[in-house]
Design a protein around this ligand. Structure first.
Ligand SMILES: Cc1cc2nc3c(=O)[nH]c(=O)nc-3n(C[C@H](O)[C@H](O)[C@H](O)COP(=O)(O)OP(=O)(O)OC[C@H]3O[C@@H](n4cnc5c(N)ncnc54)[C@H](O)[C@@H]3O)c2cc1C
Length: 406
């Protein structure tokens, strides 16, 4: 019988794999972290997540990551709901209502790329982490004592990497999930989302750093990121029949922006991409010594900023359980609790909330729109209702509910 090294094999140096690796290493566990990208192209990844909720900031703080992110981000206590159809602000929610619930009564607008850059530096410096960049994971096997991963190393040779457990932080296309034949249940929206990044100051039009904009014809989101140059990201739905080249033509992007805010002068467009939005949750998060976390376990629309955040919450929950196992404080059945807790959050919170968020922004029925907007207004105006609303959107409620699951 092979003797496996006492270490955890983590696949993927995205926000989830990196936070997991750091949490394990800081508790004296050994980690082998496998990442397909290398130093030469790691920072070339497309911009994605960027709103970090208070509950996640507490976790970054535990890892020593928060202090590195704060100077690179924008502290945003307030977010807005707008009615684009009427050109009116519907409601402003202020995280100050959470001042007694958290040390971080705000979101930090800090993009995924900055988070992975800072976290990668920390993993490079940590003696318990064997970081293998430019290394592609291709398959794995497991038995009762450990796991064997097959990887292709930077010089193109196949190698095996062994450990006690394997965690897939590979993102939505997880090979681990596919090898385990775990269904990725859910659906994919017909309309792709167009993301346009512009250097323009939207605050002069009354916008907050983070805005959800409802419109029966064309909902959008508007988010601010720290530069230089400062950039704003605007999301729009697109016609499912439209072809990508037409949608992405510079004149089309410019026209789209002028329709959103007719300034009369061309916007300085500094980036754009088109992406497909899935709402899916893996049927299981664990099979023996293989565990799924983050996008490999669940994916959702970015409306509400819950994907990366809930993935980091998976990572911290899982780290604590792997640490307890390594210290002999729990047996490996505790990993089933990880699945029960985090799968519940993925289904009952992340999926439910993001699907509701999109419906709210895209609602066509004028009576339902009015009812929704009145409700948002009433909620924002009452300190107690606003606090409860923010406990949910800032993801504290999902953590408290998960804690109660045994
Ligand atoms: C436009 C957009 C906006 C978003 N905005 C938000 C937001 O505001 N807030 C939020 O919470 N979420 C948001 N999300 C979602 C968020 O980006 C993801 O949920 C998050 O990045 C998932 O992290 P992860 O670590 O699980 O996977 P990923 O970030 O996908 O990282 C996976 C890593 O694994 C590596 N990898 C993959 N396959 C292999 C392999 N075979 N071998 C070795 N390495 C491999 C990849 O190179 C990558 O580094 C957004 C997503 C999009 C598309």
């Amino acid at each position: 019988m092979p003797t496996y090294p006492d270490r955890i094999v983590v696949i993927g140096a995205g926000p989830v794999g990196l936070c997991l690796a750091l949490a394990l290493a800081q508790a004296d566990l050994k980690v082998c972290l496998i990442e397909a990208l290398g130093d030469d192209n790691f920072l070339e990844q497309v911009p994605r997540a960027g709103t970090n909720h208070p509950a996640t900031l507490e976790m970054y703080d535990r890892l020593g990551l928060y202090e590195k992110l704060e100077p690179r981000g924008i502290i945003a206590p307030v977010f807005h709901y707008w009615d684009r159809h009427e050109g009116k602000l519907i409601a402003a929610f202020d995280h100050a209502h959470l001042k007694d619930d958290t040390r971080f009564p705000y979101v930090l607008q800090c993009e995924r790329i900055k988070i992975v850059e800072e976290a990668l530096k920390m993993t490079k410096a940590h003696p318990n982490i064997d970081l293998r960049l430019n290394t592609e994971f291709i398959s794995f096997t497991q038995d009762g004592d450990g796991v064997t991963a097959r990887v292709v190393n930077p010089v193109g040779e196949e190698e095996v990497v062994e450990g006690r457990y394997i965690v897939s932080g590979e993102g939505a296309r997880s090979i681990v999930r596919k090898e385990l034949d775990i269904a990725f249940e859910g659906f994919t929206y017909d309309d792709r989302t167009l993301n346009i990044e512009v250097a323009y100051d939207f605050t002069k039009h009354g916008y907050a750093h983070r805005n959800y904009i409802s419109d029966p014809d064309e909902w959008s989101n508007l988010f601010h990121w720290k530069g230089p140059p400062d950039r704003w990201r605007v999301h729009f739905p697109t016609d499912p029949r439209a072809d990508e080249t037409t949608l992405m033509r510079p004149e089309a992007l410019q026209a789209q922006m002028q329709k959103f805010l007719p300034t009369g002068t061309p916007f300085d467009i500094i980036g754009s991409n088109l992406y497909v939005v899935h709402q899916r949750v893996a049927e299981r998060f664990r099979a023996g010594r293989a565990i799924l976390a983050g996008d490999s376990a669940h994916v959702n629309s970015p409306i509400g900023a819950m994907g990366m955040n809930s993935g980091v919450h998976d990572a911290i929950n899982l780290a604590d359980k792997l640490i307890a196992i390594a210290r002999g404080e729990a047996d490996d059945g505790v990993l089933d609790r990880y699945e029960r807790q985090r799968r519940h959050v993925a289904v009952a919170h992340t999926q439910a909330q993001t699907i509701r968020n999109k419906r709210l922004l895209a609602e066509r029925d004028p009576a339902v729109r009015k009812r929704n907007h009145d409700e948002l207004r009433r909620t924002a105006e009452s300190p107690e209702l606003a606090r409860r609303f923010l406990l949910r959107t800032a993801l504290f409620e999902s953590l408290r509910e998960a804690e109660a699951i045994h």
